[in-house]
Ligand binder design. Structure first.
Ligand code: AMP
Length: 189
């Protein structure tokens, strides 16, 4: 079993790389952003509440996202492993995840942090906004999301550095170059 977290600022290429990892290592891709957007599209009460945070570039409350993620992990309990995309985004979420997995005799193997320069992130997100239809891919919200990432999510890197699982991946270059760097880490297990 291989359990991986892929993390990095909005626009770092997590989604693209996750899809490639899933294919090569046969993992279940769990993107909390996708799970939330699914709730929004289905117009559920949860989705409505989540959108009030998401459209402003804020994180949804920890308790909401931990519940959603726990259900998704339990739904795939017997698979080859998981790749978590967009979770944990706060230290509280990281602690909740570690406790939840320990209670299931599982653990995270690697925390991949995809590192991309800020200028490049903004340009990628603006480009994606031309076609994504996402309420949060506009310049004002992008800047807010990058600030939120710095303040709330970067400390999660420290958390995983302390557990020895942090692997920094240079996220500049072609998609294949970045994937090769990730493969070198995952194949080391
Ligand atoms: P993403 O698709 O991962 O960029 O997520 C889009 C938005 O969903 C984020 O800007 C947050 O508002 C919300 N979101 C996704 N994952 C989380 C999480 N783990 N904790 C809190 N909010 C989240």
């Amino acid at each position: 079993m291989l359990n991986v977290i892929i993390c990095g600022a909005p626009g770092c290429g997590k989604g693209t790389q996750s899809a490639m990892i899933v294919e090569r290592y046969n993992l279940k891709h769990l993107s909390t952003g996708d799970l939330l957007r699914h709730e929004i599209e289905s117009n559920s009460e949860l989705g409505k509440e989540a959108d009030s945070y998401i459209s402003k570039g804020n994180l949804v409350p920890d308790s909401m996202i931990i519940d959603i993620l726990t259900q998704a992990i339990d739904a795939d309990a017997n698979g080859n492993g998981i790749i978590l995309d967009g979770f944990p985004r706060t230290v509280a979420q990281a602690e909740a995840l570690e406790n939840m997995l320990a209670g299931r005799n599982k653990q995270i193997d690697f925390f991949l942090s995809i590192e991309v320069e800020k200028r490049e992130l903004i340009s990628r997100l603006l480009k994606r906004g031309e076609t994504s239809g996402r309420s949060d891919d506009n310049l004002e919200t992008i800047k807010k999301r990058l600030d939120v990432y710095e303040s709330k999510t970067a400390p999660v890197n420290m958390f995983y550095q302390n557990t020895g699982k942090l692997k920094k991946i240079n996220g500049m270059g072609t998609i294949d170059e970045i994937f090769a760097r990730i493969g070198a880490v995952l194949d080391s297990k």
